[in-house]
Write a protein that binds this ligand. Sequence first.
Ligand code: NAD
Length: 436
Amino acid sequence: MFSFLILQCVVHAAPARLPSFHTCVGANEERLTPKWYKEHGIEVVLGTRVKSADVRRKTLLTAMGETISYKFLIIATGARALKLEEFGVKGSDSENVCYLRDLADANRIVDVMHSSAGGNAVVIGGGYIGMECAASLVISKINVTMVFPEDHCMARLFTPKIAAYYEEYYMAKGVKFIKGTVLSSFDIDSNGKVTAVLLRDGTRLPADMVVVGIGIRPNTSLFEGQLTLEKGGIKVNGKMQSSNSSVYAVGDVAAFPVKLFSETRRLEHVDSARKSARHAVSAIMEPEKTGDFDYLPFFYSRVFTLSWQFYGDNVGEAIHFGDFGGSKFGAFWVSKGQLVGSFLEGGTKEEYEAIAKATRLKPVIEDTAELETLGLEFALAVSQTPVQAPPQPTEVRGPSLILEKPLYVWHATAGVIVAASVAAFALWYGRKRRRW
Ligand code: NAD
């Protein structure tokens, strides 16, 4: 019925084979093999680079000189890995310097890992790639040193206390951390191979391989000057529709309104990519049935035997809970008196669902000390709070419950949104527990 074109940078043709990596390829989903596309009537054009786009004429020009017309265009161009050269350091093209963005990168890392067995790896960057690669490398018996400019790992998300837990865990596995500095140059031998990493603080680290994970930039260049950009990505509305009504954007490249926070965000995560893609297709195919995208930001990672999930926003005051000396702990973020973000390490499926639901409900928090004491129990109980029909759509305070202004799509179907105040909840919970 519709002719629409999906612009993607990479179509994975072979399975990745990263050792000791927890990847999410095809997790709980159908595997998107060439056969799958064929069976679903989707023509996949591989090996073709789009050289330019004309959104006014609704055409794309390929590097081979072919013009492709569309009725709807979905931009899913993702992002590119930032290169060291963008920070004034040369050497990205050395054979033992690795990035991790696509299948070719993944295969290359595996090859370089094999030829570096028992040797030294320097991991540049303390974000997702840095942490996940460092774990995989050390499991593969390679000595790992991580280098990053911040005071602690995963600085975009973790609090210092959460980061300390993971850093200690990594150190116990043999990973070394050099924080608060960046690399200044490489020692490169006559074969073009990096032999050492020189840091700005004067440290020289011998290296058999280097993994670089210093962030990404969305691939927007085809559309600059034609579509409105925001937060480094293509600005879209709640239907994932850009400033040109025939053009949609999804995934890392899309800056979309996060209803829950009344803010435009660009989220770099597979879950957001999958759900925003589904939403764009639904908005195109069934416009009258498709509301605005109502996404709860979600991030997760699994390294060694650890596993964490995060929902919402990490702004405001962080309230830690649980056993930081053990295996289950977390944090809530409270901003403007409401719970807006939740992190949990070592949770069960039910517990992760509970923190997700509690975060979505944005309960009012009147007593953060109480929240700290209750910890995960708070999320578990809030997530089970029976729903009541709200007398009006604005905030209503009852003796023990606070109804938020709400009416997000998924709640709208249930009829309501209910959130508990922590102080009132503590009272209720205390009574309930005594009955157990
Ligand atoms: P990131 O933004 O997570 O981390 C970048 C890291 O590089 C930060 O620690 C930053 O301080 C550091 N850095 C920046 N400049 C540096 C420099 N000059 N020298 C040393 N360190 C420097 O980005 P990433 O780790 O490269 O990941 C890339 C993308 O892949 C992200 O979008 C990420 O969300 C995604 N990813 C996600 C997962 C997951 O969700 N589990 C896993 C892997 C990758």
